[in-house]
Design a protein around this ligand. Structure first.
Ligand code: F0G
Length: 351
């Protein structure tokens, strides 16, 4: 059986690395595209879920991070920096550990899911918590990079999008064609830009016959693309996409418009409902930001805007275990404690 070599080796022909570059990998990519009958039925289309929470650090960020880190390592960098709502920092910390580099992460204080913070800590990153939001952190990270010898590994580093575009290749490889629609959450807007680049490149290479419409969804309290301009105080339960001034603004607008797609918003309640539905009806546990994609698709269906019978790929970006607090926030956790007694257990579970 073929042992997956990581996205850089698997898609080397489509990536800007040289024969001299040593490629890093933690086995990222090669994530499953899982059919979701319950969602397909609800929206009247053929829905496949790209489960990016199965990457090494539990999010899609590993695709872009292995690429940016490989470039940095081969260029002789010793320190990397990133701003993050949690997943980028978790990924940067892991790949920096692997590469033997120092990693500095700038985080919005109090707005990082505990699992993600733990990842940065265990991989030995230098944590800087800032009394501001992600946008403030990114501004500092950019200046650090401009004025000091540290490599910036946020998605403004072009190697990030190069790595992330491999997810689009995988979707096409798995389906044997490009989907009609690709749905994903939008925060800093790197991922929608990267997928669009990947789909275009496969099409231009003659591997696929078409490109999908890109459908992006933001949280209603953090929806600058819907507003049409950056916003100053983003707020949402989906902390991963709590972003008001997306860095890849122009690329995301191009992805939306050139693909004949859209970027819309969903409420926190829709996001948590979709998260629960994915967990209970599909069997996939994702973090809140990831569920914005499914919430958006369901919203489109309610509005009668899903093309009947279309092939739809939906990216769920991060693993639910990263943020158990958000997932449990609406659940009653009061335990039923019983004596060590079979009859009592049988009665309690209603058999
Ligand atoms: N989903 C998750 C789980 C994320 O962590 C992010 C971004 C997104 C979606 C949005 O992707 O920014 O490319 O539009 N997280 C970044 C971080 C900002 O710091 O981890 P995007």
């Amino acid at each position: 059986a073929h042992q997956w070599q990581g996205v850089l080796a698997e898609y080397r022909d489509h990536l800007p690395f040289t024969a001299q570059d040593t490629l890093l990998t933690l086995g990222e990519g090669g994530t499953p595209l899982v059919p979701a009958p319950a969602i397909s039925e609800a929206v009247g289309a053929e829905v496949h879920i790209k489960v990016e929470g199965q990457n090494p650090t539990g999010s899609f960020k590993d695709r872009g991070m292995v690429s940016a880190m490989t470039r940095a390592l081969n260029d002789g960098a010793t320190t990397v920096v990133c701003a993050s709502t949690g997943n980028t920092s978790a990924s940067a910390a892991a790949y920096a550990a692997r590469a033997g580099m120092t990693c500095v992460v700038l985080l919005p204080q109090g707005k990082i899911a505990a699992g993600k913070l733990a990842q940065a800590v265990v991989h030995g990153a230098q944590l800087v918590q800032v009394d501001g939001n992600f946008d403030d952190c990114l501004e500092i990270a950019r200046k650090l990079h401009a004025e000091h010898p540290v490599e910036l590994v946020n998605s403004v580093n072009p190697f990030r999008l190069q790595g992330q575009k491999t997810a689009a290749f995988e979707v096409c490889d798995a389906l044997g064609r490009a989907p009609d629609v690709h749905v994903l959450p939008v925060g800093n807007a790197g991922n929608i830009s990267a997928y669009w680049m990947g789909y275009r490149e496969y099409h231009e290479a003659g591997i696929t016959e078409a490109t999908p419409a890109m459908w992006g969804f933001q949280a209603a309290g953090a929806a600058p693309f819907v507003a049409g301009h950056p916003i100053t105080a983003p707020e949402t339960v989906a902390t991963a996409i709590r972003i008001g001034a997306p860095a890849s603004w122009n690329l995301a607008v191009a992805a939306r418009d050139d693909s004949g797609g859209l970027i819309d918003a969903v409420t926190d309640e829709q996001i948590l409902d979709a998260q629960q539905r994915l967990a209970e009806d599909v069997g996939i546990f994702v973090e809140p930001a990831s569920a914005a994609s499914v919430a958006g698709l369901l919203q489109q269906a309610e509005r009668g805007l899903v093309p009947a019978g279309a092939t739809i790929a939906v990216t769920v970006t991060g693993n639910g275990l990263k943020d158990v607090e958000a997932a449990l926030s609406r659940r009653d956790l009061t335990p039923t404690v019983l004596p060590v007694d079979l009859a009592a257990v049988v009665e309690a579970i209603g058999l």
